[in-house]
Write a protein that binds this ligand. Sequence first.
Ligand code: F6R
Length: 366
Amino acid sequence: EKGGYDHFMLKEIHEQPKAISDTLTGRISEDGTKVVFDEVQFPAGFVKDIDRIHILACGTSWHAGMVGKHAIEKLTRIPVDCEIASEYRYRDPIVSKNTLMVVITQSGETADTLAALRQAKEQGTRVLAITNVVGSSAAREADDVIFTWAGPEISVASTKAYTTQLTALYLFAGWLAQERESVGASEVPAILTALRDMPANAEKVLETAPAIQAFAKEWSSREHAFFIGRGLDYAVSLEGSLKLKEISYMHAEAYAAGELKHGTLALIVEDIPVIALVTQDDLYEKTLSNIQEVKARDAFVLALAWSGDQQIAKSVDQVIHIPKVNPFLAPILAVIPLQLLAYYASVARGNDVDNPRNLAKSVTVE
Ligand code: F6R
């Protein structure tokens, strides 16, 4: 049942090229220029009237939502809030008839996310669910549903659900832009081409596994690790940090690279592992200077950078290269080495990878 892999998590990490491909199937027009979402049936005029989007989710799905916020705002200029569902439901969020709520939930059964969904429906807000489980509560109760076709995710640590959520969110951002004829509409065909190439590129990223495994073996006895990045790299850092904590039980922190100097730099000491993400070309120099700040304190820096980036090696201790794509779509690829890092660190520490302590796959209590 594990398909020859030692753990479901490793199997599911390797299933990502197919999961992404399945999530794209039927959602791109034959000429490759348009997003097709027959499942989204907004009332007449609503797509153009939306003036605010609230994305609600928990954990890994919330991290996907942060990428979704960036994507939707960039392509459509609709203001998007992305919030933890358990926070949102206990405050008094500002909504109107032109607010769209997007809930993201792999299982479709997370109590906090469902509570936010139900609250929105009571207020008359339209709810779109992005979920992986057909027939789940979220799928049944939302007004519109976009399924991620990741297939069953058994390992408690979410991997292929996240990358397919990202795929669905990029498609949805593109669809909104195209339907609203927004600023980003002209970028949609190129984004779709890049998405179609994504399964093959994800396959190439999986080839980084031996290098990541060696790094994980060497560094897994440490108690602390840092992940730094800016923009979309920061969103992915949060996910990399959660994954590492969740299954290796190492303490990890994700930091917006520019925020380090506002406090956390005190924790950067000799030989502490820092994983630096540098996929956002327009922020490259800024991130590089933050890397130099941690190097000046003798941290061990592993950088995640584009293949073809020759410069980065001069500033860090080790580099993992990933195939170059449009930086806007980098999260889909950049997260994969971080998933592998968490996996191999957990194995090296002798943990129960697929069933980490104190966690359940689906959190149906508040
Ligand atoms: C982390 C993880 C959790 C879930 C969270 C939400 O690896 O799996 O953080 O992402 O519990 O679950 P869903 O997406 O089912 O609502």
